[in-house]
Design a protein around this ligand. Structure first.
Ligand SMILES: [Zn+2]
Ligand SMILES: [Zn+2]
Length: 345
């Protein structure tokens, strides 16, 4: 079968590998759509190495049709359309025992410890099935939307950490796929006004179509002055940083209302170090938090939100490529000209 094999940092190419054999308690999934994530890009270029094996197949946002079901697996049938939550928490570590399964200290994940989405057939391990991570999808949901349940579930975790609620003024920094999900979620959570800051014109346009109350080009407009004007000098209740640029953190903190929350959602580039004026946090009693991965409850919620049409995932897809053309897909991601890029078999 065909797969994108990662053999080292910056060494990846489509290749012929053996189709996985499944055990009696496993499922074989025929991949129909797998999305490229910013994290995948960091792995491909060697900027992220934790949990990454060489050679291996990465890709953790995927959806497909069940091709084989092991003899001991119950509740699933060949031909069913499913999406798979790739993160499998241990349920035993101190993080899991405190309910933070998304921040499990001993997690296993498809696309890391197990081969992931950028291949024709994916072996779904028993621990993944037992954990309830294989989610059946209705006919009307597209495969690409199924693949995007995973990034949406991460955003739902971020929304919960940000605590966005009724009548809040929200600023989303960055309108990539993640920022656009945060925009939609903020509106659903009851935000009064959502401002999206994004230098790319095409992305700002999509943000407006998805319900942004105001879009700002931070390279040409004065974002602090706009925030001031739009919030009567109060600042934002909630700010979600959906772009991992450490140098933007300090100026972003200053846009927050007293007692507001800044969620550092994106993974930050380089060492992630940044100089911030800590008195901004101190005197304004700003809550600063992060967000990592998702809990299964977030994944199931994300599936329901897309299923019911409350969240538009298809609008966030701009490109589709075959496994054979992975390099082209990679180049589109590097150029940043699109939004979500999907790999198909
Ligand atoms: Zn991802
Ligand atoms: Zn754990």
């Amino acid at each position: 079968m065909r797969a994108v094999v990662l053999s080292g940092p910056n060494q990846f190419a489509p290749a012929e590998i053996e189709k996985p054999q499944i055990g009696p308690d496993e499922i074989l999934l025929e991949m129909k759509a797998a999305a490229i994530c910013g994290t995948d890009m960091r792995i491909l270029t060697g900027k992220k190495t934790k949990g990454v094996r060489y050679p291996s197949v990465i890709g953790h946002e995927f959806c497909g049709v069940i091709a084989e079901v092991g003899a001991d697996v119950k509740g699933y049938e060949v031909g069913e359309k499913v999406a798979v939550a790739n993160v499998i928490p241990c349920h035993h570590c101190s993080s899991c025992l405190r309910g933070r399964t998304n921040a499990c200290l001993d997690r296993k994940a498809i696309g890391y410890e197990f081969d992931g989405g950028f291949e024709e057939y994916i072996r779904i391990p028993a621990i993944c099935i037992e954990n309830g991570n294989v989610v059946k999808l209705p006919e009307h949901m597209s495969y690409q939307a199924g693949a995007l349940i995973e990034p949406l579930s991460c955003c739902i975790r971020g929304l919960k950490n940000a605590g966005t609620g009724f009548n809040d003024d929200v600023l989303i920094v960055g309108a990539g796929p993640i920022g656009l999900f945060h925009l939609q979620l903020s509106k659903i959570a009851g935000a009064r006004k959502v401002i999206v800051s994004e230098p790319n014109e095409q992305r700002r346009k999509v943000a407006l179509e998805l319900g942004a109350d105001l879009v700002v080009d931070p390279t040409k407009e004065e974002l602090p002055a706009i925030v001031n004007r739009e919030t009567n000098g109060q600042g934002m209740d909630v700010i979600v940083m959906a772009i991992g640029v450490p140098a933007l953190v300090n100026s972003t903190l200053k846009l927050c209302k007293r007692g507001g929350t800044v969620n550092l959602f994106a993974g930050f580039a380089g060492t992630g170090e940044s100089t911030i004026e800590v008195n901004t946090i101190h005197y304004n009693e700003i809550n600063v938090n992060g967000s990592t991965a998702y809990k299964l409850e977030d994944y199931l919620a994300a599936a329901e939100m897309i299923k019911s049409g409350k969240i538009d995932a298809d609008k966030i897809v701009t490109h589709r490529f075959k496994i054979e053309d992975f390099q082209k897909a990679y180049d589109v991601c590097v150029a940043g000209t699109g939004l979500k890029v999907i790999i198909e078999p």
